[in-house]
Design a protein around this ligand. Structure first.
Ligand SMILES: Nc1nc2c(ncn2[C@@H]2O[C@H](COP(=O)(O)OP(=O)(O)OP(=O)(O)O)[C@@H](O)[C@H]2O)c(=O)[nH]1
Ligand SMILES: [Mg+2]
Length: 372
């Protein structure tokens, strides 16, 4: 029998195991046009916003690496501008090593509107330098609203020559939503073709579409980064922590000995601020995340008694996050830094400062030059 693939996620179609990607019942398989076949998971995401959790592994991604590394292709590397380091994991560097790469910063609609694009682009270049990574060009877009897509396509055509184009990046950076925008805007599609969801690991295989000059553009499965909160929360909590709208920054003036909780997911203690004065902490999280201030000496007790009630998400003991650890950040210069909680958001502080950040040990917490 001819091998069939799901149109939405690229998984190989099978009727054997519901818990494995690409499942379609034999009845549906017999009744559906193979060119329009969607697996059960894609069908449910689209029709009921119901995500069936499959066990995730990086095998799909590794198969793709193998294919792309043998081809002379143009790589379009997508990052989520809110979590640059979280979406710039080593596996991506290995894949992109010998290829021509365009860097795309997606989800610009989440940035506060008053932030200048040139500033973010300059910041992206600074981050690339820190990573020791060279690209042909870079651009900011919003796959949600279609911002800068004409410029993106112009850039792709400028560099691709007669080569195929692969959109690559970590899970959830928006690769599939970008493909849907491209298909709608430039290829006459009047509906979303590939499956998009807020859960990581939606795309399973390569999904290719012809460009106007006959070469192909491919959506690919994302690299899984287990250091993001995303992997440890259940759906209700997850929905509250992933920003959907422009983020409204909050400014807190904290004194020494004060603590901010970010829901029950992380906290920051001010050990000392600029010459012992108050320090401004600007928070960039989903507007639905509850930020709570307290005295550091009360913080442990508050966490024990108010997790799941005042400090939310998480909402129940079932979603117990892995054990918390702390990270100390001591900055001596007077520049601005972001402290990032991978997959959750970040806070901005101006040095000099000395803070202690607490978060589950599995989650990536890191400082970077401030994006805004
Ligand atoms: N606000 C905003 N959300 C976006 C944007 N692009 C994608 N998203 C959301 O991010 C989530 C992940 O999008 P996908 O397109 O499925 O991400 P992906 O990179 O294909 O993920 P995998 O298939 O798991 O590798 C979804 O909830 C999207 O709606 C954007 O430009 N702005
Ligand atoms: Mg995808």
């Amino acid at each position: 029998m001819e091998e069939l693939f799901c149109l939405g996620c690229g998984a190989r179609i099978q009727s054997i195991d519901k818990n494995v990607p690409g499942f379609v019942s034999e009845k549906v398989l017999a009744e559906t046009d193979p060119k329009r076949l969607l697996c059960q998971r894609c069908f449910r995401i689209r029709n009921y916003s119901d995500v069936i959790t499959l066990s995730l592994s990086n095998d799909d991604y590794l198969t793709v690496i193998d294919k792309i590394s043998r081809e002379n292709a143009l790589i379009v590397k997508i990052v989520d501008i809110f979590d640059f380091s979280g979406s710039f994991v080593p596996a991506i560097k290995r894949l992109t090593g010998n290829h021509d790469v365009i860097l795309v910063g997606n989800k610009m609609d989440l940035l506060p509107k008053n932030v200048k694009q040139e500033k973010i682009l300059a910041w992206l270049k600074q981050m690339l330098n820190i990573e020791g990574f060279t690209v042909l060009d870079s651009i900011l877009i919003s796959a949600k609203f279609g911002n800068n897509f004409d410029d993106l396509m112009e850039m792709i055509y400028k560099y691709k020559g007669n080569r195929n184009v692969y959109l690559v990046g970590s899970t959830n950076v928006g690769k599939s939503r970008i493909i849907n925008q491209i298909l709608r805007r430039y290829m006459g599609s009047d509906a979303d073709v590939v499956t998009v969801s807020s859960s990581p690991g939606t795309t399973i295989g390569l999904i290719g579409f012809p460009l106007s000059d006959g070469s192909m553009i491919f959506d690919t499965p994302g690299v899984i980064n287990k250091h993001q909160y995303t992997h440890y929360l259940t759906r209700p909590s997850y929905k509250m922590t992933v920003p959907k709208k422009e983020i409204k920054p909050l400014v807190f003036q904290l004194s020494e000995g004060q603590t901010l909780f970010f829901g029950g997911l992380a906290r920051i203690d001010v050990i000392s601020g600029e010459t012992g004065d108050k320090i401004n902490v600007i928070t960039y999280f989903a507007n639905t995340l509850n930020v709570h201030r307290t005295k550091t000496e009360r913080a442990d007790e508050l966490y024990q008694t108010k997790i799941y009630t005042l400090l939310t998400p998480p909402f129940s003991e079932e979603e117990k996050l892995p054990k918390w650890v702390f990270h100390d950040f001591k900055i001596r210069d007077n520049l601005k830094y972001d402290i990032v909680f991978s997959g959750l958001g970040f806070v901005t502080l101006r040095g000099p400062f000395n803070v202690r950040v607490h978060a589950p040990f599995v989650v990536g917490v890191y400082a970077r030059p401030a994006i805004i």
